[in-house]
Design a protein around this ligand. Structure first.
Ligand code: NAP
Length: 325
């Protein structure tokens, strides 16, 4: 089968379209013929392998052990292992390999059934592939970490990227009054997703108005943790979803201290993929409560270009890769 392979850390230039062995599913695995996949910040991180910590997560200090990236897949079940109970050949599915060794940038992938759900018939493979990791992250951010309730004031910082576009829609589905932060060119798109208020970060600082929020979800939130703390109502919750290493360390090290010493909860999210949450998202897709947002779509042979676009950090929703016609 054809796959996008990398055998050394580096820029998208190290990605190669190669012929590799088609995987054989283990007893608990499903073999999926991949129709479409989408790429995420996690793929870029493992591609670059800039720190020892990331390299260990990718399985190798000197070179990656998992040589095929790609966590999001939408496709058709080709065959199933003997212990698989939920799926059969011919089922159209979507899945998330972020906790299962990646491998979606290929014509076939073998994966546990616990990271798959059925794709709604009316949803295109490209649209389904735009959901899994970013959608699960957004769902767990809004529902579990943020515990967003109807009527609450929710700020979403970095609302226009892969995760942000789903944070806005899911927070709205939970009945929140959403204020979204993005740049000028994306204001109308984010408003179209249902945001009640939009702050253009190139023109206005979100702290300027003095508005306070019940929940702040920061997807691309390149601000000090204390800025978010200031913008929270007493009893409010900040969830660091993504950003640079500074935001991650501040949320992990300073967050527990600030939460203990103040009356605001400063926390972070580590999304955990699972079939139940994928099924919730598939249902939201089928009923129109969640709209896939796709910026660019590339053929598998141009996956390196897709990464070049994503790593610029300004994608408008998701970057999708078509694997099968
Ligand atoms: N916690 C978890 O489990 C988890 C899971 C998945 C992803 N993540 C993390 O979540 C983060 C976001 O992922 P993503 O897929 O949304 O990334 P992405 O698609 O690459 O994000 C691109 C978006 O970021 C916006 N952006 C860039 N600089 C910004 C700034 N200074 N202020 C506000 N927005 C800015 C861009 O908008 P403009 O062009 O308008 O600036 C663009 O729309 C990443 O750090 C990723 O690692 C975490």
């Amino acid at each position: 089968m054809k796959a996008i392979v990398y055998t050394q850390y580096g820029s998208p230039d190290v990605l190669r379209l190669e012929e590799v062995a088609k995987p054989t599913p283990k007893p608990d695995q499903v073999l999926v013929k991949v129709h479409a996949t989408s790429i995420n910040a996690a793929d870029s991180l493992f591609l670059k392998g800039e720190s020892a910590m990331v390299r260990l997560m990718a399985g190798g200090l000197n070179r990656p052990k998992q040589t095929i990236l790609g966590s999001d897949v939408a496709g058709i079940v080709e065959s199933v292992g003997a212990a698989v109970t939920q799926f059969k050949p011919g089922d159209a599915v979507l899945g998330d390999l972020s906790n299962a060794g990646f491998g979606g940038l290929a014509e076939y992938v073998a994966m546990p059934e616990t990271y798959l759900t059925l794709k709604p018939d009316a949803v295109r493979f490209e649209d389904a592939a735009a959901i899994p990791l970013a959608g699960v992250t957004a769902l767990q951010g809004v529902r579990d970490k943020g515990q967003v309730q109807a009527g609450q004031q929710v700020l979403i910082y970095g609302a226009s990227g892969g995760v942000g576009v789903y944070l806005v829609q899911i927070a709205k589905a939970y009945g929140a009054v959403v204020t979204a932060v993005c740049s000028t060119g994306k204001v109308e798109m984010v408003r179209g997703l249902g945001a009640d208020h939009v702050i253009d970060y190139t023109k206005e600082d979100f702290l300027q108005s003095g508005q306070q929020y019940d929940v702040i979800l920061a997807a691309n939130g390149y601000r000090p943790i204390t800025d978010y703390q200031r913008a929270l109502k007493p009893g409010g919750t900040y969830v660091m979803v993504g950003g640079k290493m500074t935001q991650i360390f501040q949320a992990m090290l300073l967050g527990p201290f600030l939460s203990m010493t103040g009356n605001k909860k400063m926390t972070n999210l580590m999304a955990k993929s699972n079939a139940q949450d994928l099924a919730v998202l598939a249902d939201m897709l089928a009923t129109g409560k969640l709209k896939p947002i796709i910026d660019q779509c590339y053929p598998l042979s141009q996956a390196a270009d897709a990464f070049r676009y994503l790593v610029q950090g300004h994608a408008r929703g998701k970057v999708v890769i078509q694997v099968a016609a």
